[in-house]
Design a protein around this ligand. Sequence first.
Ligand code: 5GP
Length: 189
Amino acid sequence: MKQGKLIVFSAPSGSGKTTIIQYLLAQQELELGFSISATSREPRGKELDGKDYYFLSLREFKDKIKQNEFLEWEEVYRDNFYGTLKTEIQRIWNTGKHVIFDIDVVGGLDIKKTYPDKTLAVFIKPPSIEELKIRLKKRQTESEDKINMRVAKASTEMATAPQFDAIIINEDLDMAKAEAYQLVKKYLK
Ligand code: 5GP
């Protein structure tokens, strides 16, 4: 059975993590494959099923929990479940690639615990909670309520940063991308 490495990126929502992950995926020499999570939340904007997420109903998601199909799962926000299917890692390893995860802090640390010898866990920090709020508002994809929910959670998430292998402060996006690239490249060597 083929096995590669696991690269976890965790961060509060709105910290620029997804943009950085997209950048790394575009660097073909890194040979990264994106771990598509399952979620019970509704698709946002241009998100596609089977590309950004496997969109499931709450019921389907709970059935998969019962069937023990998840490597890890979290109710990240109320009734919004997110999880990594066990089949996802092997699917990517079989293509000869390493796996990159866009995942919440608890899930990220779970993966590190399950695969301590093959995981690089990186935390992306927004410059401040205020800045995070501004970024989430600019995105215009969520209601005020949902934004407040995400901001409230961000403070707790920030406290877990020291448990990660590396922390990147996303003050300047280009610099954050370059830093992420160097970290991943060095780890995969
Ligand atoms: P969003 O709704 O903005 O796409 O994601 C909300 C949060 O859920 C983000 O922090 C994202 O990283 C996290 N998330 C996405 N997929 C997973 C997953 O498979 N497991 C866990 N634990 N969190 C996830």
